[in-house]
Structure formats: structure tokens, C-alpha cells
Design a protein around this ligand. Sequence first.
Ligand code: UGA
Length: 468
Amino acid sequence: MRMTVVGSGYVGLVAATCLAEIGHHVVCVDNDIEKIATLEAGGTPIHELYLQELLSRHRGGRLTFSTSLEAAVRNSTVIFIAVGTPASATGAADLSYVETVARSIAQCADGYKVIVEKSTVPVRTNELVHRTMVQEGREWSEFDVVSNPEFLREGSAVTDFLYPDRIIVGANTDRAARLMRDVYAPLLDGSYAQQSGAVPKPEKARLEPLFLETSPQSAELIKHASNAFLAMKISFINAVANLCETAGADIEQVRKGIGTDRRIGTDFLHAGIGYGGSCFPKDVAAFRTVARDLGVSFGLLDEVHKINDEQRSLFVKKVRSALWTIKGKRLAVLGLAFKCGTDDVRESAAIEVIKMLLEEGAQIVAYDPAATERAKTILGDSISYASDAYSAAEGADALLILTEWREFLQLDLKRMKKVLRYPVVLDGRNLFTAKQMNSAGLSYYSVGRRPAEVTANTVRTAPRTGAR
Ligand code: UGA
């Protein structure tokens, strides 16, 4: 099929590339001339597993890039809108880009088109897109508006797109639903995975995802509710971690204990300095606004946000109590990205913690395997940047782990102890165990677990109860 994807951000670029990978002819349109020039010249603006490979495979063939929406729309039946929906000052999603694109599509459409909402949008946006099309003179029979939310995660975006758990299609007509089924046919029947050169299926992924047809309103709500639910799981476990610290319990044991109940599951129950990124903070805020605008009380979402916010200050408090004072201390930070596997630093909890430490007068030297360049655009020269974990730690008063990069687990902890000025590690992601740290001679402070201090060759674990 011939299709257009409007927007070349995370969702747009990955969707366009993967749609080409499963056999479609795709034009990815963006009004950012520089970005399109970079993509056409072979550049890959984001750090994402398999993306570079798939772009090289399809660029100039089934996948082209353009700044002209009109030509792309005229040649396509299915047009995905994947432009940004950033948070506005009130917390509501700013839908002005979606509106502009919908209006432009209406103005140049010739013949039947299916307009697909791929961006995360509040419930009833579908009706607004529909109204805009009619305002611009399109007949009802000339188009359908479908909500087809995307659930890809940064870091595993390509495999999430190609091997989804479910494909949600919120459509008002059978014609549009059928077309969407055709779009995803190679994923729905598992035939894509059998192709030679296919991106390998992750072990736990479904071979044949569920195709769920819903009303457009349900599809829009499914997206916001999914992200809010996952954010709630994280805030829940963080609140329990705070209880564990005061009660002398261990959050990792508690996580296992509750997560092995299959109704709950252990995923998204990792305690730490909280969630960040371009989705959860924005979507929780937007969902709160949706509920408020619809006159529905949903105070739980306020609490999810509040717990997440407090998690960062609680960690800074922990640094203060481990070091006595923060002013003038040299702190080594491992991790700047909002999570592992990405160079994205938007709403990164690591960056928020760094800003708070800087305000208290700390000097920071940071290392991140992928996100340093992006972090520089936010933090500039307010901190120093190291090219590896050991040089970041050289002469530091403490080592702070702020992003859950798996590669930090390969660190030689004995070497780390030698380069640090004081043997103190504060782990905001619970990557390590106290045993691992203590056997390397390092005192260890984490989230929801008792501090394990090393003093003159002895390990001292804090009493079972007491204030944090
Ligand atoms: C999230 C959702 O997981 C995707 O399903 C969704 O499609 C996407 O938002 C979106 O709406 O576009 P993403 O923002 O890439 O994906 O990142 P996640 O893997 O969900 O992590 C979000 C944050 O939660 C990170 O800061 C991570 O460190 C934190 N996190 C995650 C925890 O603190 N604990 C956990 O147990 C899991």
C-alpha cells in the first residue's frame, strides 16, 4: 500500500521505517527542512536499535522523505498523523500541530482517505479532526478518521512496533477498519517474522498480536490509560520503597513477593528516582486535564505525579545524609538519559537530580554511554563530562547511579573504589546489591533498602527500623 506518515519524531520515524519494512511504500513528511535533509542524506537523528539498519535498507526505495505534504497525500490512501502533542502551560496536550496537519490534509485530499491518529491525543480528538475535515469542505464519504495509538518504548522502539502485544484500531466504519487490518497484515499473521532478514522477534514477544477494534474514543482512552497505569505502578512501588526504608524492609524482596502474583506482575515495579521521558510525565498531566475537563474526579493521577516528583528530592536528601553536606563536594554521576538504551534526556530524572545537587553547590562530573551530547544542550558547562565511568569517578567524594544502563553492571567495582576519593555509592536505580558493593569495599545506599556502610574493613548495616 502507499501511505504517508506526517512527523519524523520518535513515533513517526520508527512507524514510517517499520511500515516500509513490512512491505508498504511510505513517504515520511516533516516541515523541518534540516531534519528531512539529514534523513535523505543517510543520517539517523535518534539512537535506536535496528533503526539505522532498516533505514539503510529502505531509504530511497520503499521509504522516501519529503517536506511536501500535498504530493504525499495525493499519492496515499492511508495518512498517519504522528506529530508532537507537547504539554501546554495548563498540562493539557497542545493539539495545534495535529489541527494544522488535519487542515492541510483536508485541503489537498483527492479521493477517499483514512486519516490515522498515531500521536498520543486526548479522548475525542477524533471528533475534532473529523469536524475540521468537514469545515474544510470534505464530504463524510470521502474520509474516515481512525485512532491507532502506538505503544513503542524508546530503546526498543523497532521491535515494539514489529512485534506488538496488540494493535488497537478505533474506527467508525468497517471500510476503515478493514484497511487498517491490511496495513498490519504481515504482523497480524506472523508472516513478517518468517521473512529472511526480518528483525528477530524478542523472546517474550507475541508472534501474532491481538487486533482489537474499538470505538475511536475507546482507542484514545486506551493510550492515555495505559501510560497512566504504568506510571502508577512506578509511583506505587516508589511509595512502598519509602515505607520499606522506614520499616527496615527490602523493596527488592517486596517487589518479588508482590510481582510473582500473576495478576500484578514484576514489570514496571522497579523502585528508584522515578519516571521521566517525553511520555509519562506529559501523558499523566494530559490525562489529569482530560478527566477534569470531563468533570470526572481522578485524584489518583495527582498522587502518581506527586510521588514521582518527591522521589527526586528524597534521593537528594539521601545524598546529603550520606555525605553530611553537599556544598563543594565532587560527585560522579553515572547516567544522564531518562532511561537505559536511549540518548533521550527529556524530563530525565537524572538531570532533575543533578540540577538540585548543583543548587546545593555540588560539582558534578557525569558519564553516560549515549546521552552526553543531548545532556549538554540542557546542562551546558554547569557540569563536566567524562568519557568513561572511571574517569568520572576519579577523586570524587561519591558515585551516584542515576540511569539504569545495564552496562554499569559490568563495572569493576574494586577499580572504582581505588579511583574514588571516598568509597561511597548512591544507587538511584537499585542496579546493584549491597553484597556486591560491600565486597568491593564500597558503602552502598539505594532506594527502599537499608544502607550498607563499610567502615574500616567491617560492614555495618543500619538498624532494622528508624528514620530515613
Ligand atoms: C512509555 C511506554 O512504556 C510505552 O508503552 C509508550 O508507547 C511510550 O511511553 C509513549 O507513550 O510513547 P518510554 O517513555 O519509552 O515508553 O519509556 P519506559 O520504558 O516506559 O520508561 C519510562 C520511565 O519510567 C523511565 O524514566 C524509566 O526509568 C522509568 N521506570 C520504568 C521506572 O522508574 N521503573 C520501572 O519499573 C520502569
